[in-house]
Design a protein around this ligand. Structure first.
Ligand code: PEP
Ligand code: MN
Length: 466
């Protein structure tokens, strides 16, 4: 193997099979109950789309996926912190240079602050370049007496409330692949081309702090500023830090799409899902005998599973047995989304049961999905204070049990939207009429995301408060 990591990536890239992995066990899920599966409207289009996806190049390479697994093993041991962030539902029209760069920039800015708070490296990961499929609680939606199929994310159908848009159109899977490819291309360019330079990220954060709304975080910002100046004075090589690893992730909901993009690594003969580095299984598709768990148990990527308030330690252990029978460091991440009101009651027994069985998964908090409420004016929203309360509860539970609070999973955007209530700039329900853009769940806007990073950093650096 050559020394230059870029050469290694190329070598790894060309090492995956041309065409889909052949192992028949990768199709065992087809015999199991498949939740949330689309009903494609045209069988010929469906076959053609899958045949095309079976031949396209991989979006990510096996070697990168292996490095991520190592990074996540560090997170599980408490030697690094994981930040996952991005849209609830990415859209094709929203996959523009400006919007992608705003999201990446937001994650890099949060990561710089959290690196200080956690005093460890931060593994950066986007809900990006593939987050196009949404699970729904109902198959249909009714408006003014008209019933149509629910919107399932742009990889399946369109948001517009017309029969044509809501038809399950398999050609969208091909468009999703190409949109993911162009998105990831930009993400790679930004994070490898100097955009991640700590000095500029730090300068952006100073710009954010100029707003008097954030005066309460001034001390922390000043501490970070001193730390960066100290690094400079001590001769840290900032040039070497102009690049950063940045990983892609999405919910692996549409199994046909994931299966078509699975390739064999010719170094080892192992199958890798090449649609993203990290895939997770959602709260609605995580039954241990279901199709999603079966398929993901067979690929080498690190896998996440969402655990909602009804989950038990027994469920978590059964999932671990199936998805990570060899207890491989970094393989399994549990993303808990309990709701601020319940996390302190329901999380301890799960974490305790898993800890006592000798497992060390990565524990991540998703403080968004258990805190969704309907605003008076009908919009789906979340309160910034509830989100922060769940994050604090997560840290409290892990601290009490001696386990590692490994990271955060956040729905966010780099734009100035108004979808979640509160924060130091006091987003109000009245703002929704003008600046509510999400096609699915409400996201923290750019400012709320940075504020969260500062608030979490304060909680980590000063656990008992200042
Ligand atoms: C999501 O992450 O957008 C989602 C649907 O989450 P969950 O599976 O936790 O409900
Ligand atoms: Mn969501």
């Amino acid at each position: 193997m050559t020394e230059d990591p870029r050469d290694q990536i190329l070598a790894f890239g060309t090492a995956t099979s041309e065409g889909p992995a052949k192992d028949p066990s990768l199709d065992a899920w087809r015999e199991l109950p498949i939740r949330q599966a689309p009903q494609w409207s045209d069988e010929a289009e469906h076959r053609a789309a899958l045949a095309e996806l079976a031949q396209v190049p991989p979006l990510v390479f096996a070697g990168e996926v292996d490095v991520l697994r190592m990074r996540l093993a560090e997170v599980a041991r408490g030697e690094a912190f994981l930040l996952q962030g991005g849209d609830c539902a990415e859209t094709f029209a929203g996959s523009t240079a400006n919007r992608i760069s705003a999201r990446v920039k937001t994650i890099l800015q949060m990561a710089a602050v959290l690196t200080y708070g956690a005093s460890t490296p931060v593994v950066k990961m986007g809900r990006i370049a593939g987050q196009y499929a949404k699970p729904r609680s109902s198959d249909t939606e009714t408006r003014d007496g008209v019933t149509l199929p629910s919107f399932r994310g742009e990889i399946v159908n369109g948001f517009e409330f017309t029969p044509e848009a809501r038809r399950h159109d398999a050609r969208r899977m091909v468009r999703a692949y190409h949109t993911a490819a162009s998105t990831l291309n930009l993400v790679r360019a930004f994070t490898q081309g100097g955009f991640a330079d700590l000095r500029s990220v730090h300068a952006w954060n100073k710009g954010f702090m100029e707003n008097p709304a954030y005066a309460q975080y001034e001390e922390t910002a000043a501490e970070i500023d001193r730390a960066v100046r100290f690094m400079d004075a001590a001769g840290v090589d900032f040039e070497a830090m102009r690049r950063t690893e940045f990983y892609s992730a999405h919910e692996a909901l549409l199994l046909e799409y994931e299966r078509a993009l699975t390739r064999t690594d010719s170094r080892t003969g192992d199958p890798y899902a090449t649609s993203a580095h990290f895939l997770w299984i959602g709260e609605r598709t995580r039954e241990v005998d279901g199709a999603h768990v079966d398929f993901l148990s067979r690929v080498r990527n690190p896998i996440g599973v969402k655990l909602g308030p009804s989950a038990t330690a027994v469920d978590a252990l059964a999932l671990a047995e199936k998805l990570d029978p060899n207890r491989e460091p970094g393989r399994l991440t549990f993303i808990t989304r309990m709701g601020a009101e319940r996390i302190r009651d329901v999380l301890p027994s799960i974490v305790e049961g898993v800890r006592d069985a000798g497992l060390t998964p990565v524990w991540v908090t998703d403080p968004m999905h258990g805190n969704t409420v309907t605003a008076e004016n009908g919009y789906k929203t979340r309160r910034f204070d509830d989100v922060m309360d769940e994050v604090r509860g997560f840290f409290e539970v892990h601290r009490a049990l001696g386990t590692h609070p490994g990271g955060m999973h956040v729905e966010l955007t780099g734009d100035d939207v108004a979808e979640c209530l509160g924060g130091a700039e006091h987003v109000l329900e009245a703002d929704f009429n003008e600046r509510y853009e999400t096609l699915c769940d409400p996201r923290l806007n750019h400012q709320q995301s940075l504020e969260m990073a500062f608030a979490v950093t304060e909680a980590l650096a000063h656990p008992g408060g200042r």
